[in-house]
Design a protein around this ligand. Structure first.
Ligand SMILES: [Zn+2]
Length: 285
């Protein structure tokens, strides 16, 4: 029987959105179960954040992608490549919705020249044979291995058809990662009774201030409200799911330092009485 201490979650990047800015890194998390590292989402910078968290790329055994917005998958290919560069010799599994198959295949094609050279010159194995992509299009069990069970549910993140949240269950711990979603009853069902829910969050009051800095403001605002969760909505989600600890992450806006921790918590606290953690990069939970 595995112990509670065998599972830990590290927030690697806590800023929502593809823009790279000072402060928080783009979305990524890692769940370490009995020494095996499961990366959830691969925003730009995921490899560097992993290394800074003390995990080498080649120690990653599995990667799960919640959805294929670029802030969640831009560095998927490079992470797999870095694992290979670091001496990957066991297959690495990649799970996610379409078009994750195409994404990995296109990346591997784009670096074929380098792979071929290093295979011949450095005696490396063929990276293309070490990557196993498991594309799925419906909710349900994802995989079960080494005392860990991973389940996915479909969440609401229009206009994407395929966006998923993942639940990790070990004998001692249950962790749910929302991916990107607006208020989703499906996610509440998945997260019911979980020890930890890592959920995206949007501070509506600060959105307009953020939008004043970008040229595509009207379309972006409409998209943000339809596809993301406000602090008030998040409080309801956590309360209805009955989770013990709620971890705020994927902050939108994620680079506005005038938003204090108290401001992030304020709306959530209206409905949720449990423990609230305002996530930071490289925080271990
Ligand atoms: Zn998204």
């Amino acid at each position: 029987m595995f112990q509670v201490s065998d599972t830990r979650l590290i927030l690697l990047g806590t800023k929502g959105g593809p823009r790279v800015s000072k402060g928080r890194a783009n979305p990524a998390n890692v769940v370490v179960v009995n020494g095996r590292s499961y990366v959830v989402d691969c925003g730009y910078g995921v490899t560097r954040q992993l290394v800074d968290a003390g995990i080498e790329a080649h120690e990653v055994c599995t990667i799960l992608i919640t959805h294929n917005h670029s802030d969640h998958m831009l560095e998927l290919g490079p992470l797999v490549y870095s694992a290979w560069a670091g001496g990957l010799c066991e297959p690495i599994d990649v799970w996610g919705p379409p078009p994750v198959n195409k994404l990995v295949a296109s990346f591997l094609e784009s670096v074929a020249y380098d792979i071929d050279i290093r295979m011949a010159d450095e005696g490396r194995p063929d990276l293309r044979k070490l990557v196993r992509v498991h594309e799925f299009e419906s909710p349900g069990p994802v995989f079960e291995a080494d005392g860990l069970k991973v389940t996915a549910t479909k969440v609401r993140h229009p206009p994407l058809t395929h966006a998923y949240a993942y639940r990790f269950d070990t004998p001692g711990q249950s962790i749910v990662l929302s991916g990107d979603t607006t208020y989703s009853p499906e996610l509440i069902a998945l997260a019911r009774g979980a020890d930890i829910l890592v959920h995206e969050v949007m501070h509506l009051g600060s959105i307009d201030q953020m939008l004043s800095r970008v040229p595509n403001a009207p379309a972006l605002r409409k998209n943000l409200i339809a596809g993301h969760t406000t602090t008030e909505q998040l409080g309801r989600v956590a309360a209805e799911a009955g989770v013990k600890t709620l971890v705020l992450s994927h902050f939108v806006p994620g680079d506005d330092r005038s938003i204090t921790d108290a401001m992030w918590v304020e709306g959530v606290r209206k409905s949720f009485a449990g423990k609230i953690v305002v996530g930071r990069d490289l925080m271990t939970i």
